[in-house]
Design a protein around this ligand. Structure first.
Ligand SMILES: N[C@@H](CCC(=O)N[C@@H](CS)C(=O)NCC(=O)O)C(=O)O
Length: 315
Protein backbone atom coordinates (compact mmCIF):
# COMPACT_ATOMS: atom_id res chain seq x y z
CA UNK A 1 0.00 0.00 0.00
CA UNK A 2 1.30 3.47 -0.80
CA UNK A 3 0.44 6.32 1.50
CA UNK A 4 0.32 9.98 0.61
CA UNK A 5 2.98 11.80 2.59
CA UNK A 6 2.23 15.17 4.23
CA UNK A 7 4.51 17.12 1.88
CA UNK A 8 5.19 14.94 -1.21
CA UNK A 9 7.87 17.26 -2.59
CA UNK A 10 9.79 16.97 0.67
CA UNK A 11 10.01 13.19 1.00
CA UNK A 12 13.15 11.19 0.37
CA UNK A 13 12.89 7.85 -1.43
CA UNK A 14 12.96 5.92 1.83
CA UNK A 15 10.10 7.92 3.35
CA UNK A 16 11.95 10.56 5.31
CA UNK A 17 10.70 14.16 5.63
CA UNK A 18 13.32 16.52 4.17
CA UNK A 19 12.27 20.07 5.03
CA UNK A 20 12.39 22.78 2.33
CA UNK A 21 15.04 25.50 2.52
CA UNK A 22 13.96 28.99 3.56
CA UNK A 23 13.82 31.36 0.59
CA UNK A 24 14.17 34.81 2.15
CA UNK A 25 17.49 35.44 3.79
CA UNK A 26 17.67 39.20 4.28
CA UNK A 27 19.28 40.53 7.44
CA UNK A 28 18.29 43.54 9.51
CA UNK A 29 21.37 45.13 11.05
CA UNK A 30 21.81 47.78 13.70
CA UNK A 31 23.90 49.98 11.36
CA UNK A 32 21.86 49.33 8.21
CA UNK A 33 24.87 47.97 6.32
CA UNK A 34 22.84 45.01 5.11
CA UNK A 35 20.24 47.22 3.41
CA UNK A 36 17.73 46.76 6.24
CA UNK A 37 18.39 49.11 9.15
CA UNK A 38 17.00 48.24 12.58
CA UNK A 39 14.36 50.85 13.38
CA UNK A 40 11.40 51.00 15.74
CA UNK A 41 8.08 50.56 13.93
CA UNK A 42 9.59 49.48 10.61
CA UNK A 43 9.31 45.68 10.87
CA UNK A 44 6.39 43.37 11.52
CA UNK A 45 6.13 39.69 12.38
CA UNK A 46 3.53 37.38 10.86
CA UNK A 47 3.28 34.32 13.10
CA UNK A 48 1.19 31.35 14.09
CA UNK A 49 0.85 30.59 17.79
CA UNK A 50 0.72 26.91 16.85
CA UNK A 51 4.08 26.81 15.09
CA UNK A 52 7.17 26.10 17.18
CA UNK A 53 9.49 28.01 14.82
CA UNK A 54 7.28 31.09 14.94
CA UNK A 55 6.95 30.69 18.70
CA UNK A 56 10.71 31.13 19.09
CA UNK A 57 10.54 34.59 17.54
CA UNK A 58 7.57 35.56 19.74
CA UNK A 59 9.55 34.52 22.82
CA UNK A 60 12.60 36.59 21.86
CA UNK A 61 10.42 39.62 20.99
CA UNK A 62 8.95 39.35 24.48
CA UNK A 63 12.21 38.77 26.37
CA UNK A 64 14.06 41.56 24.55
CA UNK A 65 11.12 43.92 25.20
CA UNK A 66 10.60 44.58 21.51
CA UNK A 67 6.82 44.50 21.64
CA UNK A 68 6.50 48.23 20.95
CA UNK A 69 9.22 48.29 18.30
CA UNK A 70 8.10 45.28 16.24
CA UNK A 71 4.42 44.63 15.50
CA UNK A 72 2.91 41.17 15.35
CA UNK A 73 -0.08 39.58 13.63
CA UNK A 74 -1.30 36.07 14.42
CA UNK A 75 -2.77 33.88 11.66
CA UNK A 76 -5.75 31.57 12.12
CA UNK A 77 -4.57 28.20 13.49
CA UNK A 78 -6.29 26.25 10.72
CA UNK A 79 -4.11 26.01 7.63
CA UNK A 80 -5.29 24.28 4.45
CA UNK A 81 -3.09 22.69 1.81
CA UNK A 82 -4.76 24.78 -0.90
CA UNK A 83 -4.56 28.21 0.69
CA UNK A 84 -1.96 27.92 3.42
CA UNK A 85 -2.13 30.21 6.44
CA UNK A 86 -4.97 32.76 6.46
CA UNK A 87 -5.76 35.93 8.38
CA UNK A 88 -9.14 35.63 10.08
CA UNK A 89 -10.76 37.15 13.13
CA UNK A 90 -11.01 34.51 15.82
CA UNK A 91 -9.93 33.73 19.36
CA UNK A 92 -6.27 34.76 19.41
CA UNK A 93 -6.06 35.54 15.67
CA UNK A 94 -7.00 38.52 13.52
CA UNK A 95 -7.23 39.96 10.05
CA UNK A 96 -4.11 41.70 8.74
CA UNK A 97 -4.21 45.36 9.80
CA UNK A 98 -1.00 46.19 7.98
CA UNK A 99 -1.51 45.12 4.37
CA UNK A 100 -5.04 43.75 4.41
CA UNK A 101 -3.77 40.38 3.18
CA UNK A 102 -6.31 37.57 3.40
CA UNK A 103 -3.68 34.86 3.00
CA UNK A 104 -0.04 34.74 4.06
CA UNK A 105 0.83 33.66 0.52
CA UNK A 106 0.12 37.25 -0.59
CA UNK A 107 3.13 38.44 1.42
CA UNK A 108 5.27 35.86 -0.39
CA UNK A 109 4.01 36.77 -3.87
CA UNK A 110 4.40 40.51 -3.28
CA UNK A 111 8.01 39.82 -2.29
CA UNK A 112 8.70 37.35 -5.10
CA UNK A 113 6.09 36.79 -7.83
CA UNK A 114 7.90 33.57 -8.83
CA UNK A 115 7.92 32.04 -5.35
CA UNK A 116 7.37 28.28 -5.50
CA UNK A 117 7.75 26.92 -1.96
CA UNK A 118 5.35 26.49 0.94
CA UNK A 119 4.19 29.66 2.67
CA UNK A 120 5.65 29.29 6.13
CA UNK A 121 5.58 31.27 9.33
CA UNK A 122 7.37 33.10 10.83
CA UNK A 123 7.75 35.97 8.38
CA UNK A 124 9.62 39.19 9.15
CA UNK A 125 8.05 41.91 6.99
CA UNK A 126 9.58 45.29 6.14
CA UNK A 127 6.94 48.02 5.98
CA UNK A 128 9.31 50.39 4.21
CA UNK A 129 10.29 48.27 1.20
CA UNK A 130 7.02 46.29 1.46
CA UNK A 131 8.60 42.89 1.27
CA UNK A 132 9.65 39.88 3.33
CA UNK A 133 13.10 40.30 4.86
CA UNK A 134 13.35 36.74 6.19
CA UNK A 135 11.26 33.62 6.68
CA UNK A 136 13.98 31.82 8.61
CA UNK A 137 13.28 31.48 12.30
CA UNK A 138 16.94 31.02 13.29
CA UNK A 139 17.86 34.25 11.55
CA UNK A 140 14.86 36.19 12.86
CA UNK A 141 15.65 35.07 16.43
CA UNK A 142 19.25 36.20 16.06
CA UNK A 143 18.31 39.54 14.53
CA UNK A 144 15.92 40.26 17.38
CA UNK A 145 18.55 39.11 19.88
CA UNK A 146 21.45 41.15 18.55
CA UNK A 147 20.42 43.99 16.20
CA UNK A 148 17.60 45.79 18.01
CA UNK A 149 19.33 46.69 21.26
CA UNK A 150 18.65 50.40 20.72
CA UNK A 151 14.90 49.70 20.98
CA UNK A 152 14.67 46.92 23.55
CA UNK A 153 16.44 45.44 26.55
CA UNK A 154 20.12 45.66 25.65
CA UNK A 155 21.10 44.10 28.97
CA UNK A 156 19.69 40.70 28.03
CA UNK A 157 22.18 38.66 26.01
CA UNK A 158 20.68 35.39 24.77
CA UNK A 159 23.74 34.59 22.64
CA UNK A 160 26.71 35.46 24.87
CA UNK A 161 30.11 35.38 23.25
CA UNK A 162 31.68 32.94 25.73
CA UNK A 163 29.02 30.31 25.01
CA UNK A 164 28.58 30.78 21.25
CA UNK A 165 30.44 27.68 20.10
CA UNK A 166 28.55 25.44 22.51
CA UNK A 167 25.22 27.12 21.78
CA UNK A 168 25.74 26.46 18.05
CA UNK A 169 26.68 22.86 18.76
CA UNK A 170 23.67 22.17 20.98
CA UNK A 171 21.31 24.00 18.63
CA UNK A 172 22.41 21.74 15.79
CA UNK A 173 21.76 18.38 17.43
CA UNK A 174 18.68 19.53 19.31
CA UNK A 175 17.22 20.77 16.01
CA UNK A 176 18.07 17.64 14.10
CA UNK A 177 16.92 15.09 16.64
CA UNK A 178 14.25 16.90 18.66
CA UNK A 179 12.78 20.11 17.17
CA UNK A 180 12.69 18.65 13.67
CA UNK A 181 12.96 15.06 14.93
CA UNK A 182 9.34 15.04 16.09
CA UNK A 183 8.29 16.17 12.58
CA UNK A 184 10.42 13.49 10.97
CA UNK A 185 8.70 10.91 13.17
CA UNK A 186 5.25 12.38 12.51
CA UNK A 187 5.64 12.83 8.74
CA UNK A 188 7.52 9.56 8.11
CA UNK A 189 5.89 7.36 5.52
CA UNK A 190 7.78 4.19 6.41
CA UNK A 191 7.97 2.23 9.66
CA UNK A 192 11.74 2.18 9.69
CA UNK A 193 12.17 5.93 9.20
CA UNK A 194 9.54 6.61 11.87
CA UNK A 195 11.23 4.33 14.39
CA UNK A 196 14.65 5.77 13.83
CA UNK A 197 13.40 9.37 14.11
CA UNK A 198 11.28 8.64 17.19
CA UNK A 199 14.18 6.85 18.92
CA UNK A 200 16.46 9.81 18.26
CA UNK A 201 13.87 12.09 19.86
CA UNK A 202 14.06 10.05 23.08
CA UNK A 203 17.84 9.70 22.99
CA UNK A 204 17.99 13.50 23.01
CA UNK A 205 15.39 13.85 25.76
CA UNK A 206 17.46 11.41 27.87
CA UNK A 207 20.58 13.44 27.20
CA UNK A 208 18.88 16.70 28.16
CA UNK A 209 17.38 15.09 31.26
CA UNK A 210 20.91 14.22 32.42
CA UNK A 211 22.29 17.66 31.58
CA UNK A 212 19.53 19.35 33.59
CA UNK A 213 20.11 17.33 36.74
CA UNK A 214 22.54 19.81 38.31
CA UNK A 215 21.96 22.81 36.09
CA UNK A 216 18.86 24.95 36.24
CA UNK A 217 19.09 25.80 32.51
CA UNK A 218 21.22 24.30 29.73
CA UNK A 219 24.12 26.70 30.36
CA UNK A 220 23.69 27.34 34.08
CA UNK A 221 21.68 29.91 35.97
CA UNK A 222 20.15 31.91 33.06
CA UNK A 223 18.13 30.69 30.09
CA UNK A 224 19.85 31.37 26.75
CA UNK A 225 18.80 31.02 23.12
CA UNK A 226 19.12 27.23 23.18
CA UNK A 227 16.78 26.93 26.15
CA UNK A 228 14.05 28.82 24.29
CA UNK A 229 14.61 26.84 21.09
CA UNK A 230 14.12 23.69 23.15
CA UNK A 231 11.18 25.07 25.13
CA UNK A 232 8.93 25.47 22.08
CA UNK A 233 9.16 21.73 21.39
CA UNK A 234 8.87 20.61 25.02
CA UNK A 235 5.75 22.68 25.63
CA UNK A 236 4.01 21.05 22.64
CA UNK A 237 5.27 17.56 23.37
CA UNK A 238 2.67 16.00 25.64
CA UNK A 239 -0.19 17.86 23.93
CA UNK A 240 0.62 16.97 20.30
CA UNK A 241 3.89 15.19 19.56
CA UNK A 242 3.23 12.33 21.97
CA UNK A 243 -0.05 11.38 20.31
CA UNK A 244 -0.32 13.03 16.90
CA UNK A 245 3.33 12.45 15.90
CA UNK A 246 3.58 9.08 17.75
CA UNK A 247 6.55 10.09 19.91
CA UNK A 248 5.17 8.06 22.77
CA UNK A 249 7.86 6.23 24.69
CA UNK A 250 7.49 8.80 27.45
CA UNK A 251 5.83 12.13 28.12
CA UNK A 252 7.78 15.18 29.35
CA UNK A 253 5.75 14.69 32.52
CA UNK A 254 7.64 11.41 33.05
CA UNK A 255 11.08 13.07 33.12
CA UNK A 256 11.57 14.73 36.54
CA UNK A 257 14.21 17.24 35.40
CA UNK A 258 12.68 18.08 32.02
CA UNK A 259 9.23 18.46 33.55
CA UNK A 260 10.58 20.88 36.17
CA UNK A 261 12.61 22.70 33.52
CA UNK A 262 9.60 23.04 31.23
CA UNK A 263 7.51 24.54 34.02
CA UNK A 264 10.38 26.83 35.04
CA UNK A 265 10.61 28.24 31.50
CA UNK A 266 6.83 28.43 31.13
CA UNK A 267 6.61 30.51 34.32
CA UNK A 268 9.44 32.84 33.23
CA UNK A 269 8.76 36.52 32.57
CA UNK A 270 5.61 36.68 30.41
CA UNK A 271 6.29 33.44 28.55
CA UNK A 272 3.06 31.71 29.60
CA UNK A 273 1.15 34.38 27.66
CA UNK A 274 2.95 33.31 24.46
CA UNK A 275 1.65 29.72 24.76
CA UNK A 276 -1.78 29.05 23.28
CA UNK A 277 -2.86 25.42 23.58
CA UNK A 278 -6.09 26.06 21.72
CA UNK A 279 -4.14 27.16 18.63
CA UNK A 280 -1.53 24.43 19.10
CA UNK A 281 -4.03 21.58 19.35
CA UNK A 282 -6.48 22.82 16.74
CA UNK A 283 -3.67 23.43 14.28
CA UNK A 284 -1.96 20.05 14.47
CA UNK A 285 -5.04 17.85 14.77
CA UNK A 286 -6.93 19.72 12.03
CA UNK A 287 -4.24 20.38 9.51
CA UNK A 288 -2.54 17.07 8.78
CA UNK A 289 -5.38 15.17 7.06
CA UNK A 290 -3.29 12.14 6.32
CA UNK A 291 -2.35 11.69 9.97
CA UNK A 292 -5.70 12.62 11.57
CA UNK A 293 -8.45 12.49 8.91
CA UNK A 294 -11.31 12.81 11.43
CA UNK A 295 -9.92 16.14 12.66
CA UNK A 296 -11.02 15.24 16.15
CA UNK A 297 -9.07 17.30 18.67
CA UNK A 298 -8.37 15.34 21.86
CA UNK A 299 -9.65 16.67 25.17
CA UNK A 300 -6.38 16.24 27.06
CA UNK A 301 -3.85 16.09 28.38
CA UNK A 302 -4.13 17.85 31.72
CA UNK A 303 -0.88 19.83 31.97
CA UNK A 304 -0.31 21.70 35.20
CA UNK A 305 2.40 24.03 33.97
CA UNK A 306 1.76 26.55 36.74
CA UNK A 307 2.70 24.22 39.60
CA UNK A 308 5.90 24.80 41.66
CA UNK A 309 8.95 23.35 39.88
CA UNK A 310 11.49 23.59 42.70
CA UNK A 311 14.42 24.34 40.37
CA UNK A 312 15.44 27.61 42.06
CA UNK A 313 17.87 25.57 44.18
CA UNK A 314 20.01 24.83 41.07
CA UNK A 315 22.67 27.14 39.66
N1 LIG B 1 12.43 26.61 8.44
C1 LIG B 1 11.32 27.41 8.74
C2 LIG B 1 10.26 26.51 9.25
C3 LIG B 1 8.96 27.16 9.37
C4 LIG B 1 7.81 26.19 9.15
O1 LIG B 1 7.97 25.12 8.59
N2 LIG B 1 6.61 26.59 9.61
C5 LIG B 1 5.43 25.76 9.40
C6 LIG B 1 4.51 25.78 10.58
S1 LIG B 1 5.17 24.96 11.98
C7 LIG B 1 4.62 26.34 8.26
O2 LIG B 1 4.43 27.53 8.19
N3 LIG B 1 4.13 25.51 7.36
C8 LIG B 1 3.33 25.98 6.24
C9 LIG B 1 3.01 24.89 5.27
O3 LIG B 1 3.39 23.76 5.55
O4 LIG B 1 2.38 25.15 4.25
C10 LIG B 1 11.81 28.47 9.66
O5 LIG B 1 13.01 28.47 9.86
O6 LIG B 1 11.10 29.32 10.14
Amino acid sequence: MTVKPQFPAEQSEDGDFVRQEDAFAGWVSADGGTGFRAEAGRYHLYVSLACPWAHRTIVVRRLKRLEDAIGLTVVDPIRTDEEGWAFREGPGSSSDPLNGFKLLSEAYYVSDPHYRGRFTVPVLWDKQTKRIVSNNDDDIMRMLETEFDAFGDASLDLYPRQHRAEIDELNAWIYETLNNGVYRAGFASSQQVYESAARSVFATLDRLEARLRDRRYLFGGTPLETDWRTFVTLVRFDAVYYGHFKCNLRRILDYPNLWGYLRDLYQYDGIAATVNFDHIKRHYYYTHDDINPTRIVPIGPILELDTPHGRERLK
